[in-house]
Design a protein around this ligand. Structure first.
Ligand SMILES: Cc1cc2nc3c(=O)[nH]c(=O)nc-3n(C[C@H](O)[C@H](O)[C@H](O)COP(=O)(O)O)c2cc1C
Length: 151
């Protein structure tokens, strides 16, 4: 499995007045989504939900004509400094993804709580339990891709 990171920062705030044509950054995002076999979303939790930046990106991806999230296998992971480790954010995300026709992986759920304790100063995940859950999730995602969109 090869993972490519996509930075959401260049995406403008969604505005239906400016989607014909899509801005260049949005076109790039939609193309990369369409080309991917699956999507892995890593999210913090902001005020009991996902970040505005992630919701904005999903809103751009949901627009016609191609709707690149429709039928796309998706897995999610999250880390937060709180005790619930993005549980509420991931529940919201699951609801939104289902609405846009994506196919979220059911389990495992990777919820990393008290994130300040499981990463080192360089941002490496150093907690063995969390690393194990991550491995389990990536293996499950590979199986999910084969099951829902075999190539
Ligand atoms: C505006 C804002 C709201 C947040 N709300 C929550 C929350 O509801 N639950 C939670 O567990 N963490 C919350 N956090 C903490 C973040 O999920 C995250 O752990 C923190 O921003 C550190 O992550 P970072 O180093 O990627 O920024 C919030 C952070 C910000 C900036």
């Amino acid at each position: 499995m090869t993972l490519e990171i996509f930075d959401l920062a260049p995406l403008p705030i969604f505005n239906a007045d400016y989607e014909k044509p899509f801005p260049e950054a949005v076109l790039e995002f939609r193309t990369r989504l369409a080309q991917a076999n699956a999507l892995l979303i890593a999210t913090p939790e902001y005020n009991s939900s996902i970040s505005g930046a992630l919701k904005n990106a999903i809103d751009w991806a949901s627009r016609s004509p191609q709707q690149p999230l429709n039928g796309k296998p998706v897995a999610m992971i999250g880390a937060s400094t709180g005790n619930s480790g993005t549980l509420r954010a991931q529940l919201h995300l699951r609801q939104i993804l289902t609405h846009v026709g994506a196919l979220p992986l059911g389990k495992p759920e990777v919820l990393v709580a008290r994130a300040e304790q499981v990463f080192d100063a360089d941002g490496n995940l150093i907690d063995e339990a969390a690393r194990g859950f991550l491995r389990y999730l990536l293996t499950a995602l590979a199986g999910w891709i084969q099951r829902v969109s075999p190539v």
